[in-house]
Structures are given as structure tokens and as C-alpha cells.
Design a protein. Structure first.
Length: 202
């Protein structure tokens, strides 16, 4: 077991295997098997959507609840370990978690047949669920845009991945990344409310 857990790739593979075993065992236990119909594909992409969202929002919360508030407490000679190693790795999973989440969310909405209604936030059919999921989708899209087109370009400058014109420009990029990261943290609260309420209230 230790050999599996010592390697991240093996850990992820083991998790997927356990999920597949769970799928097969529960289907067998209830004598239903697995029907690869529209409902199953919808479930699969909802599961993948949630996995991506956990990666994305989890790292967003790490940045805002852990890294940003504690950076001033770290000695200047130790900060390069964060800015040169940990932050770039976290930003990789952060931005690709965002991409995975939005792509699987679009596929999920298309599979369930409410993509257009959600994009129009239920204005064409007056269904509360479409309004809620639509608001969640639009907030998620704004957050995804912030990640890819504002936060990541600014972080590349702030972390020295892209050369800054000056120290002032580097500091301004860091501040811009932080403010838009905080914006995403703020938007994540109503976004998650809208997403979950669409599934559980309406």
C-alpha cells in the first residue's frame, strides 16, 4: 500500500480503480448492471465536473486562505521556494482545473438538454432551475476568464516567468493577480450556491 501512496500517479490510478470497482459492485449488488445510457453519461460528466471543480476551487482557496495571507510572515530568503516552486505548480493545476471544470460543465449541460436555457438564465422558459444553473454557469465562466486571461498573465509577471518592465510593474501585476483571485473567491460563494440549489432545491 505504501508503494501506491508514495507515488501520486499510482494514488490517482488506485482512486479511479476503486471508483470503477464501486460502480461494478453496486450495480451487481442490486442486479442492475451498468447501462451506458444518457443518464449514465450525464452522471459521469457531473462526477468529472465536480472533480475538476474541487481541484480548481480548492487551489483558489489555498491561495486566498493560506498562501497570500502568510507570505508576509515568511522570511525574504525563504520566499523563492514559494514563488519559484510551489506557486507555479499550484497555478498549473489551478488553471487546468478551471479549464476541465468549464469543459465538463458545458458537456454536462448539453447532455442534459438545458445548455441554451441555462445560457439564457431561464428567460425563455421561466424555469427556476434553469435560472439558477444559468447564473452558476455565467459566474463560473467569469471566474474561468479571470483565471486564464487576467490572473495567469499577471502571475507570470509577478513570479518572474515573464520579465517585468520594472519592479513597479512586477508589484502591480502581483496586486492585479491577487485582486482578481479575491474576486473569484467572492464569486465562488454565489456560484456554488447557484449550482447546488439548481440540483437540490428546484
Amino acid at each position: 500500500m505504501a508503494k501506491i501512496l508514495e507515488n501520486l500517479n499510482n494514488t490517482i490510478i488506485a482512486g479511479v480503480v476503486l471508483a470503477i470497482v464501486l460502480l461494478i459492485v453496486v450495480g451487481w449488488w442490486h442486479g442492475e448492471g451498468v447501462a451506458f445510457d444518457q443518464a449514465w453519461w450525464s452522471f459521469l460528466f457531473r462526477w468529472l465536473h465536480v472533480l475538476g471543480g474541487i481541484m480548481w476551487i480548492g487551489i483558489l482557496y489555498y491561495f486566498n486562505f493560506v498562501q497570500i495571507p502568510n507570505m508576509p510572515k515568511i522570511d525574504a530568503d525563504k520566499r523563492p521556494a514559494i514563488t519559484g516552486v510551489i506557486a507555479p505548480a499550484a497555478l498549473f493545476w489551478f488553471r487546468w482545473g478551471a479549464m476541465w471544470t468549464i469543459v465538463t460543465g458545458i458537456i454536462l449541460a448539453l447532455l442534459n438538454g438545458y445548455f441554451i436555457e441555462a445560457v439564457l438564465i431561464g428567460l425563455t422558459d421561466d424555469v427556476a432551475r434553469h435560472t439558477q444553473i444559468g447564473i452558476g454557469m455565467w459566474l463560473g465562466t467569469i471566474m474561468w476568464f479571470n483565471v486564464w486571461f487576467i490572473i495567469w498573465p499577471a502571475q507570470k509577471i509577478a513570479l518572474g516567468i515573464v520579465e517585468a518592465e520594472s519592479d513597479a510593474a512586477k508589484a502591480a501585476a502581483g496586486r492585479r493577480a491577487m485582486l482578481f483571485s479575491r474576486t473569484n473567491t467572492m464569486l465562488s460563494i454565489p456560484m456554488l450556491y447557484a449550482m447546488t440549489s439548481a440540483q437540490n432545491i428546484f
